[in-house]
Design a binder for this molecule. Structure first.
Ligand code: AHM
Ligand code: MG
Length: 322
């Protein structure tokens, strides 16, 4: 099944409207352009070069951050999206379309990996249009997904009525995303975790305690040996977790400005958490489900823990008991 058919099926039985179908289709076209652009990195362009500008969260913008956003915005102009909420913009972009759907995007997740040929991606969230607060709670998303530009260009996607997310791989010969695998399901238990352990000294006690038990392996309270994987692009770590399980943690910590971690609620945590819950996993800020949080500002950060329910429950218990 191609992505076109996936969309067509959902349009046919009214599970999505033309607006949502059109937006997903344009995002897929934009991702194909971004994927081709990345393959020319270092030949035609230096996509990892810093532009000298910063986004509203204080990150240095790379050439590809700006280019990817331009490509997506140009594609979304052909849709009914009323607003585009982007990591790279201070405020929502008003498109001038009178549609009822807003799109939140992280045009290029994993910017620090662009220059070193490591997987990066694009995250997106489709929401009902609203003026205030800035965006709906994650549970009310209409659809969400992300692309990974890696050895393969992949897409994982779910619309609100889907029971489970669906994975796709870009077939360059057909210029189309082709469905792969069955219903995505994250195993309850895992031995694999992803966290940037360089910040261990700054973590708050619940995460330090969880890590202590994990590192103690078979002698620890969890009684098993773990493995660590950390790509540094959340999309790549998340894709791995959707394929073979695991947990991802970007907690808040004591560094200045990092009390709520690094990842942003509206265009990073919400879409990933929407997919995670549909795949049977959990996504929390340590206490509450990410999808139940009410966004108060566009670039609001949140601690983010997602993946296997057994480890998520342990982390929740440690946070509640602290
Ligand atoms: P970005 O959207 O600016 O690329 O930032 C998000 C990235 C995630 O992909 C990744 O998990 C995290 O930030 C890495 O942060 P750190 O360098 O602190 O480990
Ligand atoms: Mg990001």
């Amino acid at each position: 099944m191609r992505l076109e058919e996936y969309i067509k099926n959902r349009l046919a039985d009214g599970r999505i409207g033309e607006d949502v179908g059109g937006i997903i289709s344009q995002l897929a076209d934009a991702a194909m352009v971004i994927s081709k652009t990345i393959r020319l990195s270092g030949i035609e362009y230096d996509l990892g070069a810093e532009t000298g500008a910063e986004n509203s969260d204080g990150d240095e913008q790379k050439t590809l951050d700006v280019l990817a956003e331009d490509i997506i915005i140009n594609h979304l102009k052909h849709t009914a999206a009323s607003h585009i909420l982007s990591e790279e913009q201070d405020d929502p972009i008003t498109t001038g379309q009178d549609g009822q759907v807003m799109v939140a995007i992280d045009p290029l997740d994993g910017s620090s990996n662009i220059a070193v040929n490591v997987s990066v991606g694009t995250i997106f969230s489709l929401m009902p249009r609203q003026d205030a607060p800035i965006a709906c709670a994650g549970r009310d998303q209409l659809a969400a997904g992300f692309f990974v530009y890696g050895p393969q260009t992949t897409l994982i996607l779910a619309v609100a009525s889907d029971q489970a997310p669906q994975c796709f791989i870009l077939d360059d010969r057909k210029n189309s995303f082709v469905a792969v695998g069955g219903a995505v399901s994250i195993p309850t238990k895992t031995e694999e975790y992803a966290i940037n352990a360089a910040y261990a000294e700054h973590w708050f006690p619940p995460v330090q305690e969880w890590m202590r038990q994990v590192l103690a392996g078979k002698q620890g309270a969890y009684g098993k040996a773990y493995r660590m994987r950390w790509v540094g692009s959340m999309v790549a770590d998340a894709w791995r977790i959707f394929q073979r399980g695991g947990v991802f943690l970007y907690p808040g910590d004591k560094r200045e400005g990092y009390t709520d971690g690094r990842l942003r609620l509206v265009y990073e945590a919400n879409p990933i958490s929407f997919l995670i819950e549909k795949a049977g996993g959990m996504a929390t800020n340590g206490k509450d489900a990410i999808l139940d949080l009410t966004p108060e500002s566009l670039h609001q950060r949140t601690p983010l823990f997602f993946g296997a329910t057994q480890e998520m429950t342990r982390l929740n218990t440690l946070h509640h008991n602290k």
